[in-house]
Write a protein that binds this ligand. Structure first.
Ligand code: AMP
Ligand code: MG
Length: 415
């Protein structure tokens, strides 16, 4: 049975489960999903503080202050960031204050240094300052607990930790964070024609590039690749590799050997050791996409052609790996663009073509194929930044018409 892309992806996700959690140093949480609510141990900000370099004042003292009617205040203290002054600012007085320094008792606003003119003793303690502008109560004061109060949730379970979240977690005392574990992904390339990358292929041989491109996609999806040695087109070698992968990995990805070739052993061995759920999806490139499991470990067999591998991973394996890491969003941003040229399909299946999206001067998007669409070639995938999706049921797509693209340059859930 040939499945639709949606049916197939649903079955892939069903076969996976969210992994356990682990506590990691804060920076290692970047890009990962928070597993438990993170609360703050303190108020952030911990105290009222100045948003500007200037003078802490009584706003009422400056009523009517202007360029031609400056108000002179006595400067009683000088508070730098990191300092702490208990000295009360009384009416008629000011404290020179730097950005981030605690607002002293008594003061209810800060006037920016730009609107002052240092008088005697250059506006320092013991001198005076002339202020040329009114302020309102609270002006230029950042309030205690403006970000979060002690004991409150600063980040909720399920939120993805980006750079700003790392900063929030740091300011609220989280040197370590509980996140979902990264999946260990066995990457197994099959094929008698394959040689290692460091080798120069002899007659009839090619380099095992899929092992690297898949491992790179695993890393990009947040997983840990376990690259296996090349598995020859031989049932015993295939069995051995699959068994050790099932013993040590959370997910198994293979490339090649899922077609109807005479030496394609992936499917028979999968059925022997575990179970196979489907082996065909109505898409191009890469119709022989294969799902199963061995000893409960999800197994996805990608076709061998490098671009079929690349697209199959993107559409089926990446969502699975994200699901296992606690993510709730599995769709990269999609939107429409205008076709820069005609595109023809040979088959009725859903096409995922390697294409490049460009933003035009009027703000609209134009999309063009980024190179040869042969599934044996990777250059178009490298030069592209999106997949151009051509639906089933239509074979000709005219220049100037609207088409859907999947943004490979943006993470799921961004927009
Ligand atoms: P298969 O699915 O095994 O019939 O392979 C389909 C095509 O993909 C063949 O042309 C293979 O040579 C090629 N291929 C298979 N595995 C790899 C690999 N690991 N790296 C690069 N190309 C591969
Ligand atoms: Mg093969």
């Amino acid at each position: 049975m040939t499945l639709s892309v949606e049916q197939a992806r649903e079955l892939v996700l069903k076969r996976c489960h969210v992994l356990e959690t682990e506590e990691v140093p804060l920076l290692e949480a970047l890009g990962r999903v928070l597993a438990t609510d993170a609360r703050s141990d303190i108020d952030v900000a911990p105290f009222d503080n100045s948003a500007m370099d200037g003078y802490a004042v009584h706003a009422a003292d400056l009523a009517g202050a202007a360029e031609d009617a400056p108000v002179t205040l006595a400067v009683i203290s000088h508070i730098a960031a990191g300092d702490h002054s208990e000295l009360e600012v009384r009416p008629g007085q000011a404290a020179r204050i730097m950005t981030g320094a605690p607002v002293p008792p008594g003061a209810d606003a800060v006037v920016m240094v730009e609107f002052t003119d240092a008088g005697e003793a250059a506006g320092s303690t013991g001198g005076t300052v002339r202020v040329m502008r009114e302020v309102i109560v609270g002006e230029n004061i950042r309030r205690r607990a403006e970000e979060v109060s002690a004991g409150d949730v600063v980040l909720s379970a399920g939120e993805v930790i980006g750079p700003a979240a790392v900063g929030l977690l740091a300011s609220t005392g989280h040197a370590t964070v509980t996140v979902y574990r990264r999946p260990r992904v066995a990457v197994i390339s099959t094929g008698d024609e394959l040689v290692e990358v460091a080798e120069r292929p002899g007659p009839g041989k090619i380099r095992n590039s899929n092992s690297y491109s898949i491992a790179a996609q695993v890393i990009a999806a947040g997983g840990i690749p376990l690259r296996y040695a090349i598995v020859h087109d031989d049932p015993d070698a295939t069995r051995e590799a699959f068994m050790s992968a099932a013993a040590e990995a959370d997910f198994i990805v293979t490339s090649g050997g899922v077609s109807v070739g005479d030496f394609d052993y992936v499917k028979p061995v999968l059925e022997e050791l575990g179970e196979m759920e489907f082996c065909k999806v109505a898409m191009r490139p890469g119709n022989p996409q294969t799902l199963g499991s061995i000893d409960g470990v999800p197994f996805f067999g990608l076709p061998g052609n490098p671009t079929s591998t690349f697209v199959g991973f993107e559409i089926f394996v990446r969502p699975a790996l994200r699901y296992m890491q606690g993510h709730a969003k599995f769709d990269r941003p999609r939107h429409t663009a205008t076709l820069a040229h005609d595109v023809k399909k040979k088959q009725d299946r859903r096409y995922f073509l390697r294409a490049r999206l460009e933003r035009l001067d009027d703000g609209s998007f134009s999309v063009a194929l980024s190179g040869s669409q042969s599934s044996a070639l990777l250059t178009a995938a490298h030069r592209g930044n999106c997949l151009l999706v051509l639906p089933e049921g239509k074979r000709f797509f005219e220049a100037g018409s609207t088409a859907e693209v999947i943004r490979l340059d943006m993470e799921e859930g961004i927009v």
